[in-house]
Design a protein around this ligand. Structure first.
Ligand SMILES: [Zn+2]
Length: 371
């Protein structure tokens, strides 16, 4: 199984400019190649492959001598990243690859091989950079694939190493209705379980959001290009980082708990992109970060041999009575509770939805007989 291990690194004042030029160079190559690909396609209808683009690197280096200072394998990896972006675009119908901006909050580059990790001295040796002090808080064994070096907008450096432990992924354990949980995510509560449990959004996250708003306003009031604006931007970036850390911490703990306590998890796939068009809700929706939660559930299920069941987003999960199947077409988004006119059951909107998500998922899986 492949697993990424991420560590904080502490480059010296001499190493930081070297790392930065690797980031700039890889972004430069990526953007240059993207331009080449678009132009070649427009002019000749030809699709440039990763191989074609790598063959252009020597010419590019002679035109831009500063690129010779950079690990050439990292530059080739930039082309591979672009290739992968196109594959996702064609195969998974994800958006057309975009030019990379130096304004992105996290900047990174890859090192495919020839780097070393020394757990004893807490150092990693990177080609063209040298020994970098690292906090190797966790030991791994297995085959090291590529490494990603990244820097956040507040100047913290990290290395993420993809490791293949050469063990097969665990076979999924069998599940029954009793060992399956349905999860409905929402704005009022972060998540509601089919067991009736509700998980609130963490309070400290809400407080940080208030602070973010204040800091954002401060930035917009400062004169563009001024030192004070620069300072305000830094403070805002630190707060953004704090919110992201708090949110990830919360999501890690919750997803780990859900995966440990159940053999199968049923969720409803979300149309997050569509929801974000609603500007009133956009803030809260992006911040509760359901999609990050689902991604975590996904890889934790794979890791621990559990099953993630997804149902389509058009199943009217909150409108169906989970006792008798009556469909309440008049249910509004503001109705938090409703009584089924058919069987008289009083429903909490979210718990009812979570139970339905679980039922739909188990029916699609034809669970009857699997037990
Ligand atoms: Zn009913």
């Amino acid at each position: 199984m492949l697993q990424a291990h991420k560590y904080r690194i502490y480059p010296t004042q001499m190493q930081i400019p070297l790392l930065m030029s690797h980031i700039h160079a890889c972004r430069f190559v990526y953007n240059h190649s993207l331009e080449q690909k678009i132009r070649a396609y427009e002019q000749t209808g030809k699709r440039l492959s990763c191989f074609d683009l790598n063959n252009q690197l020597p010419t590019l280096k002679s035109e831009h001598p500063w690129l010779t200072e950079i690990n050439s394998q990292s530059l080739q990896y930039a082309n591979r990243n672009l290739d992968n972006a196109f594959t996702r675009f064609f195969r998974e119908k994800k958006g057309f690859p975009k030019f990379k901006s130096k304004k992105n909050p996290v900047q990174s580059f890859q090192i495919p091989q020839h780097y070393r990790v020394d757990f004893e001295s807490n150092r990693v040796k990177l080609p063209k950079i040298g020994d970098v002090k690292t906090k190797l808080h966790r030991v791994f064994t297995g085959k090291m694939k590529y490494a990603t070096v990244s820097v956040t907008s507040t100047g913290k450096w990290f290395i993420s190493i993809l490791v293949d432990d050469e063990q097969p992924a665990p076979n999924p354990v069998s599940f029954t209705s009793e060992t399956t949980i349905g999860i409905d995510v929402g704005l009022t509560d972060f998540a509601t379980f089919s067991t009736g449990e509700k998980v609130a959004n963490p309070r400290h996250l809400k407080n940080s959001l208030q602070r973010l708003k204040v800091l954002q306003r401060r930035v917009s009031r400062k004169v563009k290009g001024s030192k004070n604006r620069q300072k305000a931007i830094q403070t805002l970036a630190r707060c953004h980082e704090k919110v992201a850390n708090q949110r990830n911490d919360f999501l890690h703990k919750l997803s780990f708990r859900v995966v440990s306590e159940n053999q199968a998890i049923a969720v409803e796939s979300l149309n997050v992109a569509g929801m974000q068009k609603n500007h009133k809700l956009a803030q809260s929706i992006s911040d509760v970060s359901w999609s990050i939660f689902f991604t975590m559930l996904d890889y934790k299920c794979r890791k621990y041999g559990k099953t993630l069941l997804k149902i389509g987003q058009f199943d009217p999960s909150s409108k169906i009575c989970n006792c008798c199947g009556y469909i309440n077409r008049d249910l509004k988004l503001s109705d938090r509770e409703w009584t089924c006119p058919d069987c008289g059951t009083v429903h909490d909107r979210d718990i009812n939805a979570a139970i339905n998500i679980k039922t739909f998922a188990l029916q699609d899986q034809n669970l009857v007989g699997v037990i």
